[in-house]
Design a protein around this ligand. Structure first.
Ligand SMILES: [Fe+2]
Ligand SMILES: [Fe+2]
Length: 239
């Protein structure tokens, strides 16, 4: 498990799975109300817990957030709720009502589009993006102080790539999308009639750092990167 601080008090825990040539990233925001974004699969819970314990006391965790209901997003949600008595799941209102409140051992804070909350020094805005990257309940989390976008599977990059980069990741994003399209996972990311509108909503936030679940976090003109992503998605996914 690689641990790196990708922004002040924002830690990335990353595990590389060579069989599928892919990194899985979990993020810890160390603040008055510590937030873990993506738990990773249940199978790697001991590794993620050990990594979190290097930064904070895991039982102090307050929020366990994720974009949509999948194992790499929230597989060990209940394990976290068990060891952190004040922690609550944090997801979209749709996610809470459709899956999480039934699955989780404690009820979720279900966020509506544009809803804001603070963890202390950091201020977050939830952006609802149905079916982007995938799943009805999907959304992204934007931290407004540092202009950081936690974007889940968007900007998916294959390979054992670095934690953080200032160089262009779109080449890898495009190649990874093409590789996915010719694999059994061809329908990983749909291109729907709301894809462009959702990407524009994210671009309007003007993120300066983009933090994907799979691949390198990167800094730069995030709005341009999101517009570029729209072009790549249309090119690769619309046949
Ligand atoms: Fe996903
Ligand atoms: Fe994922």
């Amino acid at each position: 498990m690689n641990i790196s601080e990708i922004a002040p008090d924002v830690y990335r825990f990353s595990i590389f799975v060579p069989e599928i040539n892919l990194r899985f990233n979990q993020f810890l925001v160390k603040d008055e109300e510590p937030l873990l974004f993506h738990t990773g699969m249940k199978g790697i819970f001991p590794l993620v817990r050990e990594a979190v314990a290097k930064i904070i006391n895991p039982s102090d965790l307050r929020w366990v957030g994720f974009s949509h209901f999948e194992a790499d997003e929230c597989g060990s949600l209940n394990e976290w709720l068990e060891i952190a008595p004040n922690a609550a799941p944090l997801c979209s209102l749709v996610g809470a009502m459709v899956s999480v409140n039934d699955f989780a051992s404690r009820p979720a804070k279900g966020l509506t589009d544009g809803e804001t909350f603070s963890t202390g020094k950091y201020n977050f805005r939830f952006v609802q993006t149905p079916h982007l990257p995938h799943c009805w309940e999907a959304g992204s989390l934007f931290e407004e102080t540092s202009q950081t976008l936690f974007c889940s599977d968007l900007f998916h990059q294959n390979g054992d790539v670095e934690a953080f980069t200032e160089s262009d990741v779109m080449g890898n994003v495009r190649e990874s999308m093409i590789a996915m399209q010719s694999s059994p996972f061809a329908d990983y990311m749909p291109y729907t009639n709301s894809t462009e509108r959702n990407l524009q909503k994210l671009a309007a936030l003007n993120p300066q750092t983009i933090v994907p679940m799979h691949g390198s976090a990167f800094s730069g003109d995030g709005a341009q990167a999101l517009r570029d992503l729209g072009i790549v998605m249309r090119e690769v996914l619309v046949t």
